[in-house]
Design a protein around this ligand. Structure first.
Ligand code: GUN
Ligand code: FE
Length: 464
């Protein structure tokens, strides 16, 4: 393994620290400390550049990316259901409330079997890393043992992960074969997982973090929501849940609590700086103000929303209000493990929201929205720094003090799908082409916290 801890990489590539600004760095010298954090980033015009380069080379600690290879920050998947991986790309023929009961709860119930969990989770974590996902915010299942196995596997594979034992105890919405036995059981299970992850002997650097995870309001009793709100405060953990995803779900909460998901979660103390709300398609402008005031984040899941939501998330409005937004695959509601696919989906759905979709209407009447589309810079921001800010983690770009979570895009990879033309492509346009056309074959290397976690078997242009 070619770890970069204690070494320096000389690389060209892209990152974004601020929405709209793309930094195309060339031959940057990125030095990584033993703790996996970036110690310094020098550009060719910086004073110490040549000195640092020469001394690292003499010490045998300089790694050089070849021509045609671009360094990108690793992607952050802000919403993913780990146990649903076996049904990726299937079960998409019914609405959310039917999908949960017919396909998803029966599948998740199978994770009572530790051997099944181990096999499925190992495949998922390896596939995600190979897709460039260096941080994932996971929903697991209600099971203690299987969720611990997911944490073990992330630690073994070296993936940065935030993992929640799902809490769901409402007898009216959860089947008898798959629910927490009581609010006490839901809370105890959550506390036990927090203890396991925090005291894990392989987790001294807190690569894996526990997450308080009420599935969504319909699945939980008020006692569980209240208990988890108090627990989130006392343990200081991240919180994740689903929010105003579809008309059915949004309406259910209005009927039961007489207020929106956002208002209800806030009353239970579940909206904080470390909360991530999945979907949030039907949030009102006032809900947005509340989410912003609490500093909570939103996981935009464009691909999943196309199947299970009744609306497109008002992404542009959320970004312009300064909400923290990142991207989620929402496996298996979204049938792709790739953040590239989800960046593209975010771009496409924003275009459709702007243009409207009904060809029988005249163009001027097809959509009531304007100024809502985003560009590739926004999509890249969402998949990297946007997600990192939502999680409040020092990842997502290449700056001193940030963890070196990165991938190499080999534009000349065999079987790859990026076609660059010397006389046409330069600067940001190369990033645009990467975002629109890269496939898994183009991902040559992945590091997390400087640790070498993936190298493509077909890597043509080796590192020097
Ligand atoms: N709401 C509650 N559970 C789920 C789930 O597993 N997927 C999605 N998309 N929405 C949910
Ligand atoms: Fe989800």
């Amino acid at each position: 393994m070619d770890h970069l801890c204690g070494k320096t990489i000389i690389a060209s590539g892209f990152h974004t620290t601020k929405r709209g600004d793309i930094d195309h760095f060339q031959n940057a010298l990125i030095s990584i400390g033993d703790d996996g954090a970036i110690a310094s980033v020098l550009r060719p015009h910086d004073d110490n550049y040549n000195e640092q380069k020469d001394s690292q080379k003499a010490a045998g600690k300089l790694v050089t990316l070849p021509e045609g290879a671009y360094l990108l920050p690793g992607f952050i998947d802000l919403h993913i259901h780990a146990p649903q991986y076996p049904q990726l790309g299937s079960a998409l023929d019914v609405p959310l409330e039917v999908w949960l009961q017919k396909y998803t709860f029966p599948l998740e119930a199978r994770y009572a079997d530790a051997a099944f969990a181990r096999k499925s989770y190992r495949l998922l974590v390896d596939d995600l890393i190979a897709n460039g996902t260096t941080t994932a915010l996971y929903f697991a299942t209600i099971h203690q043992e299987a969720t611990r196995i997911l944490a073990d596997i992330c630690l073994e594979a070296g993936q940065r992960a935030l993992i929640g034992k799902v809490a769901m105890d409402n007898v009216d919405e959860c089947p008898d074969f798959y629910r927490d036995a009581s609010p006490e059981a839901a809370l105890r299970g959550t506390e036990e997982l927090i203890g396991y992850i925090r005291s894990h002997p392989a987790n001294a650097a807190a690569l894996v973090k526990p997450v308080v995870t009420p599935r969504f309001i319909p699945s939980c009793t008020d006692a569980t929501l209240e208990g988890l709100g108090a627990l989130a405060k006392s343990c200081g953990c991240h919180v994740q849940t689903h929010c105003s995803e579809s008309d059915w779900e949004h309406g259910y909460v209005l009927d039961r609590h007489g207020i929106t998901d956002t208002e209800s979660l806030d009353r239970f103390g579940l909206l904080g700086r470390h909360t991530v709300l999945a979907h949030s398609n039907l949030i009102t402008p006032r809900n947005m103000d509340t989410i912003r005031a609490r500093g909570s984040g939103i996981a935009h899941c464009p691909l999943s929303n196309a199947y299970f939501s009744s609306a497109v998330f008002p992404l542009k409005a959320a970004l312009e209000k300064g909400l923290h937004v990142g991207l989620g695959t929402d496996i298996s509601g979204g049938p792709s493990a790739s953040l590239f696919d989800n960046m593209r989906s975010a771009l496409f759905v924003a275009r459709l929201l702007e243009s409207g979709v009904d060809p029988s209407l005249p163009p001027a009447k097809r959509s009531a929205q304007s100024g809502v589309w985003i560009d590739f810079r926004d999509a890249f921001y969402l998949a990297t720094t946007g997600g990192a800010i939502a999680l409040d983690l020092p990842v997502g770009h290449f700056s001193p003090g940030y963890q070196f979570d990165a991938m190499v895009i080999d534009t000349a990879a065999p079987g790859g799908t990026i076609r660059l033309w010397d006389d046409l492509d330069s600067g940001e346009n190369i990033l645009q082409k990467i975002i629109y056309t890269a496939s898994k074959s183009n991902i040559a290397r992945v590091w997390i916290g400087g640790r070498d976690v993936f190298r493509s078997p077909s890597l043509k242009s080796g590192l020097k």
